[in-house]
Design a protein around this ligand. Structure first.
Ligand code: ADP
Ligand code: MG
Length: 540
């Protein structure tokens, strides 16, 4: 193959433009991104050897950094898996990652928003913040013949060519932009600056990061270190490495199980929902390690879907290094770990409710909608999930827990009242609400789509039935509704029943209204109007 000049895909070009014009205030992160990619590549090579029997020398997997102040170049080299020519074109020339289009639209709206871009992890392209030309030379492990050389100035095009002598792995050379004289406190060819960046962002990387004869990182697995010995900053950097989220996590959870089945876990509860929390194809799951060896990303078996926002690492001691996704799904140990993690996450949130109400409020605002899905998925966990849930209510503007609702229940009230609907104002103005408001009963206002569904499977909380005020008869006045004498209204009811004929089952007098003349109610076992609408929209 000869040299070709190819164009970046449109979205990639836009993203590059943003990099060249440097939307990050913190440019140091380019090195973290390169090291992170190199570390992934080393993990992949080790795994290919372990699991697919690839023949490769893995005795000295490492990352090397070199700088040359004369030519103003900075080089990051790894002896990892490498890339084929097709892979280079595909992985570096396009942005396959979901959500990039969305990122670009949001960025255009927001202009200055480093935290926004951090959510998406721009990765390799961040090199163009500091370089006006980037060269990548790579050779895929296990392939015959030559390697590949890629080069670009970060504008519309890149070139790709054969690289006859390339060793296995990847070497990336940045041709640094001219030194900025106004801002000349440091330069990326400064020895101390490189050391500082590596220490700050990449200390936990499990392969040596070398510069000359020196190893710059400690390589200590963060989850294996006692909490008291790790700084928040270290945890936060690690969180960024695995989550691509720039906002510091809301909560950090350490777990360690000893005995017949040993594992360690380090979990993070983010402070903010990712943009794709409700997208089906979003990445989810935890990283799985076996005795410090990285096995896989996105291990969905370790955490249920309704806690999909939880990030982190599980390191199990007794699993086979060859474990596949298929085996994971059935593995009893994995199921046990998953149950323990769920329990721990739910109890951590419960603790936050008293220890840090503000953090709890943030958590519920960001993730409550997802957590409520757990009421459908895990009947065994109704109680712990309901205990950490909050709901909008007619009692004030702040959400309430069910426990607080129960405390406020009126004398003689035996059930927890709620009404579902599309919005708070719609629910508040519903005719069903009138009598409850008039009599001073508190009603929960449930407006998330998932609320329509879980209320049908959760019978009670703390011995109190959950009761929709839109269904059946509600005995605010002790079941008088049905027995209400028709009196003078007999002819009117007869007339309405005849007129409405097919459309309603029955017309009856009611206590539940104070100002409206009439309202529609469902039978106790009918589906709610909103759910009926949802089903209809789905064509059922
Ligand atoms: P991400 O790491 O989030 O996938 P990047 O832009 O950082 O995004 O990298 C894009 C892809 O390019 C990586 O997923 C990987 O497949 C490939 N890649 C980047 N750097 C290397 C490397 N040093 N060795 C092998 N593959 C790499
Ligand atoms: Mg990357």
């Amino acid at each position: 193959m000869t040299m070709e000049t190819l164009e970046f895909q449109a979205e990639a070009r836009q993203l590059l433009q943003l990099m060249v014009h440097s939307i990050y205030s913190n440019k140091d992160i380019f090195l973290r991104e390169l090291i992170s990619n190199a570390s992934d590549a080393l993990d992949k090579l080790r795994l290919a050897k372990l699991q697919d029997g690839l023949e490769a020398d893995t005795s000295d997997l490492h990352i090397e950094i070199e700088v040359d102040p004369e030519s103003r170049t900075l080089t990051v080299r790894d002896n990892g898996i490498g890339m084929t020519r097709d892979e280079v074109v595909e992985l570096i020339g396009t942005i396959a990652k979901s959500g990039t289009a969305e990122l670009l639209t949001k960025l255009k709206e927001a202009k200055e928003s480093p935290e926004l871009i951090g959510q998406f992890g721009v990765g390799f392209y961040s090199t163009f913040m500091v370089a006006d030309k980037v060269t990548l030379v790579t050779r895929k492990a296990g392939t015959e013949g030559h390697g590949t050389r890629w080069e670009s100035a970060g504008e519309g095009t890149f070139t790709i060519d054969d690289a006859p002598d390339a060793p296995v792995g990847t070497t990336i050379t940045l041709h640094l932009r001219p030194k900025d004289e106004d801002d000349a406190l440091y330069d990326y060819t400064d020895e101390w600056k490189i050391k500082e960046i590596v220490k700050r962002y990449s200390d936990f990387i499990s392969f040596p990061i070398r510069k000359g004869d020196e190893t710059l990182n400690s390589m200590k697995a963060l989850w294996a270190r006692p909490r008291s010995e790790v700084t928040d900053e270290e945890y936060h950097q690690f969180y960024r490495h695995i989550s691509h989220d720039w906002t510091d996590p809301l909560e950090i959870i350490n777990m360690k199980a000893e005995g017949t089945f040993e594992y360690e876990a380090l979990l993070f509860i983010p402070a903010r929902a990712p943009h794709d929390l409700f997208q089906r194809d979003a990445r989810r799951g935890l990283q799985l390690y076996v005795k410090r060896v990285f096995i896989m990303d996105d291990s969905k078996e370790l955490i249920p879907d309704y806690l999909r926002f939880v990030k982190g690492v599980v390191d199990a001691a007794d699993l086979s290094l060859n474990i596949s996704r298929e085996i994971l799904q059935q593995d009893r140990h994995i199921q046990m770990i998953r149950r323990r993690l769920v329990k721990k996450v739910l109890s951590t949130i419960k603790d936050l409710m008293s220890s840090s109400p503000e953090k709890y409020a943030t958590f519920w605002r960001e993730f409550g909608r997802a957590v409520k899905e757990g009421l459908l998925a895990e009947p065994d966990n109704h109680k712990p999930i309901l205990e950490i849930a909050s709901f909008a209510t007619t009692h004030g503007s702040e959400p309430t827990t069910l426990a607080a609702y129960v405390e406020r229940m009126k004398e003689g009230q035996e059930e927890i009242y709620f009404l579902t609907g599309e919005s708070r104002s719609q629910v508040e103005n519903s005719p069903h609400m009138e009598a409850f408001q008039a009599e001073g009963y508190e009603v929960l206002i449930l407006t998330d789509p998932v609320d329509e569904v879980w209320v049908d499977v959760v019978p009670e909380f703390d011995g109190k039935k959950l009761r929709s005020i839109a269904r059946g008869t509600v005995d605010l006045k002790k079941d008088e509704e049905e027995k209400q004498p028709e009196g003078d209204f007999g002819p009117l009811l007869g007339f309405l029943t005849e007129k409405l004929d097919e459309r309603v089952k029955e017309v009856r007098l009611s206590h539940r209204l104070t100002t409206s003349a009439a309202c529609l109610v469902s039978d106790a076992d009918d589906i709610t109007p909103a759910l009926e609408k949802m089903y209809r929209a789905m064509g059922q």
